[in-house]
Design a protein around this ligand. Structure first.
Ligand code: SAM
Length: 457
């Protein structure tokens, strides 16, 4: 098994004794943007010197700007079923929680999608509890099809990432054929005794089946996989190091590691209280984790959800987050029911702002919100994406596509004032594009958008 508890613990213990010079050396090496070894990452995780922690933030910010520029990708979750056979101690959807369970019909899915489209969304993450009878793979496939085939006059969903329970190679092959973007699965915790404690008597309780899910997904041909842990269940340093080892395992076995890493922190949910969990992650620890992940895996997207407050989201975007959700509901049918407050969410969220407010703030802060979905539609996935990213060539497509999708958003979802307030920003950014042919193409696409064409990339 690629997660060896003793090894991780030893590396962390040894890192506690690292000298100031050793830490500085790691920070110096990190500037090369070639990633770090697990021992080096452990050294950063154990750093307590405030000045060196400031240096970690500074470096994370510099790495983020050089690779991702000022772009932030926007998405929303779509919960389709809260039937669940598992009893995850931390989750509001646990089997033992008694509330009327719901599974959306294909018609209801289309209604939710229409609401999400009206908010401007182009990328969704499909979420469901685990229930092989009430929410089987055929239902998931029909749901994906329903999402992709919902087309309104405002637009359509162009990328569907999927966050469903660990499954078989055969099922992953079906997901691959359904044209999904990233397959996302959180390990929840890499610490096996904690994992077993958190997932009592359930399908999900099989640690190694869960741990090797991405191996099966990759075997099935899905080459963009998104990992993550639920911070708050076990020692966060142990979790970060384990994420690195998991990434290394995928790189060594399949030639490509995580496409994204999500950083959910435990939130209050029905049937649990936060004081049951001894490893809750403080704001300071959380910021440091995000920054270290950015330094350790410069080319892996970092996803942040509305579990975090607007203030925290604003801050960690500086330290490495590259994708944020916006306007999210974490309940089945939640977008339709959000007005009458009847929806039961999987957990509490802390950023309740509608997407346009989030977009406005991002723009005010100098970010470029991006609804781009071009990469996977152009076959830039897996190691092909990583090669382009590492050579820097990805910049030639990401920045123009971000600007084009932002213009599309502004034209379709903003009013005249919104357009006037932000159009100059787009044109100023186009001016900064170095390659003349790409600059010309981008200007041409912006013109075509104004004339009514859509989905250009
Ligand atoms: N059922 C699938 C599975 O088992 O992987 C999908 C997972 S669920 C829809 C999405 C994620 O929500 C979980 O993987 C878990 O990390 C997270 N989650 C569950 N309860 C949570 C809580 N109380 N606070 C924050 N995140 C939570």
């Amino acid at each position: 098994m690629f997660i060896n508890h003793n090894y991780i613990q030893t590396v962390l213990n040894e890192a506690k004794d690292a000298s100031k010079e050793a830490i500085d050396q790691v920070l110096e090496k990190a500037q090369l943007k070639k990633g770090l070894t697990s021992k080096e990452i452990a050294i950063l995780l154990e750093t307590t010197d405030p000045e060196q922690i400031r240096e970690i933030y500074h470096l994370a910010n510099a790495i983020k700007s050089s690779i991702y520029g000022n772009r932030i990708v926007i998405f929303a979750p779509l919960y389709i079923s809260d039937y669940c056979v598992n009893n995850c101690v931390y989750c509001g959807y646990k089997h033992n929680n008694t509330f009327p369970r719901k599974k959306l019909s294909l018609e209801e899915i289309k209604e939710e999608v229409s609401i999400l489209e009206k908010m401007g969304h182009k990328r969704l993450a499909l979420e469901a509890g685990e229930d092989p009878v009430n929410c089987n793979i055929d239902y998931i496939l029909d749901a994906i099809d329903a999402v992709y085939s919902t087309v309104n006059h405002t637009g359509e969903i162009r990328r569907m990432n999927v966050n469903i329970a660990a499954t078989s190679v055969d099922h992953y092959k079906k997901l691959k054929s359904a044209n999904i973007g990233t397959y996302i699965l959180f390990q929840e915790t890499y610490h096996q005794p904690t994992y077993e404690l958190m997932h009592p008597k359930s399908i999900k309780g099989d640690y190694s089946y869960h741990l090797y899910a991405f191996d099966r997904a990759m075997e099935a041909g899905i080459d963009d996989v998104g990992g993550g842990v639920l911070f708050g269940l076990a020692d966060p340093k142990f979790e970060v190091l384990s994420l690195m080892l998991h990434n290394e395992h995928l790189e060594n076995t399949f030639g490509v590691g995580f496409h994204t890493i999500s950083v959910p922190r435990l939130k209050k949910a029905d049937g649990m209280t936060l004081d049951q969990f001894p490893h809750l992650v403080s704001d300071e620890q959380f910021k440091k984790i995000v920054a270290i992940l950015r330094i350790a895996l410069p080319y892996t997207g970092i996803i942040l959800s509305t579990r975090e407050t607007p203030k925290m989201r604003k801050e960690v975007i500086q330290y490495g987050v590259s994708q944020v959700s916006a306007g999210s509901c974490t309940g089945v049918g939640g977008y339709k029911e959000s007005q009458d407050q009847t929806n039961i969410g999987q957990f509490d969220v802390s950023d309740h702002r509608p997407p346009i407010e989030i977009i406005s703030e991002l723009l005010k802060e100098g970010h470029i919100p991006s609804y781009c979905t071009a990469c996977y539609r152009q076959g830039r996935t897996g190691d092909r994406f990583m090669r382009l990213a590492k050579s820097g060539q990805i910049q030639n497509v990401c920045q123009p596509n971000a600007l084009i999708t932002l213009m599309e958003y502004i034209l379709d979802y903003g009013d005249d004032d919104f357009y006037l307030a932000h159009k100059d920003l787009i044109y100023n950014e186009v001016e900064k594009i170095k390659r003349e042919d790409i600059k010309k193409l981008t200007l041409n696409y912006l013109e075509k958008l104004k004339q009514g064409q859509r989905d250009l990339y």
